[in-house]
Design a protein around this ligand. Structure first.
Ligand SMILES: Cc1cc2nc3c(=O)[nH]c(=O)nc-3n(C[C@H](O)[C@H](O)[C@H](O)COP(=O)(O)O)c2cc1C
Length: 275
């Protein structure tokens, strides 16, 4: 009888120990307006991963302008928002998906707070983000500088305006990077860059047309066929929005790279801007 009781106790204890960690993957994310949350949930559902939101003690719960103002003030003062303690132990996971919105070209401040509080060095990290126009590459550069001893794996980023593309893109992203089993058709390399034709220049203008932060003229393009259409990387001269407040002449133009997706029967859209 004693032996049976002891065995039952061991089994209960073992079950309790495994309850906390249910996957080798953890999806850890901050999201203010639920775009990054949608990507986080997609990844967690596809992988059966554990998921945890990073939460601020005082949430950024104002509108866009209020958030910009608070965030700019914090940046000027060198202050990071206080975040709530995590309920998971990051050490229990092999791979951590780290998600964030891009704020001012990099990961949003609550993620900077997390990196101050929780040591992710030595971990495998898959960054993912949502943005108005771009910032995966610049935020990954900052992550690598902040976590020199972590292995930062290829990341995924998506424009807020293309959030409906997330289910298909996330599934493909996970398969391409060997995180999810399943077939996928590899994409060809981009062609060499060449001067744009008039038609390609017009396609570029349509793709960036209604986006207020881009006023650029396409000069070169590389392209490749993708299922259902074409993908382009335009090199464009980014024309200044106007004279800087304290300058008498306009700042010189610089070059940006703009990725554009033109699917058959749909208007072309830009998918990210590299500045
Ligand atoms: C304070 C602030 C700064 C932002 N800065 C950028 C930026 O530099 N580049 C960009 O492409 N989008 C920027 N955005 C847009 C957000 O990245 C985008 O709306 C994102 O999808 C929000 O994600 P969330 O819904 O998970 O909070 C900014 C938004 C806010 C509120």
């Amino acid at each position: 009888m004693k032996k049976i009781l002891l065995l039952a106790a061991v089994l209960i204890l073992a079950a309790a120990c495994t309850q906390k960690k249910t996957s080798k993957y953890l999806v850890l994310y901050y999201s203010q307006t639920a775009n990054t949350k949608a990507v986080a949930e997609q990844i967690a559902n596809s992988l059966g991963a554990d998921i945890e939101a990073i939460e601020c003690v005082v949430p950024y719960d104002g509108d866009f302008n209020a958030t910009i103002q608070r965030s700019q003030k914090e940046r000027a003062e060198g202050v990071l928002p206080e975040i709530k303690p995590l309920s998971v132990d990051v050490n229990a996971y092999d791979v951590i998906f780290l998600g964030y919105p891009i704020w001012f070209g990099t990961y949003a401040p609550p993620v900077a707070s997390l990196l101050e509080n929780v040591d992710l060095n030595g971990k495998k990290i898959v960054p993912f983000c949502t943005f108005g126009s771009g910032g995966l590459d610049s935020s990954v550069k900052d992550l690598k500088a902040k976590l020199p001893n972590a292995e930062i794996l290829p990341g995924y980023g998506v424009r807020t305006a293309r959030i409906e593309a997330v289910p298909a893109e996330v599934e493909r992203f996970l398969k391409v990077n060997g995180l999810l089993a399943g077939d996928f058709s590899p994409l060809p390399d981009f062609s060499e860059a060449r001067p744009v034709t008039e038609e390609e220049s017009a396609l570029f203008d349509t793709a960036v047309g209604d986006y207020p932060m881009i006023r650029a003229k396409a000069e070169e393009v590389a392209s490749r066929a993708v299922p259902g259409g074409m993908e382009y990387i335009f090199t464009a001269k980014d024309l200044p929005m106007g004279p800087a407040p304290d300058a008498e002449v306009e700042a010189p133009a610089r070059f940006i790279k703009v990725y554009v997706l033109a699917e058959d029967g749909k208007a072309p859209v830009f998918t990210q801007v590299l500045r």
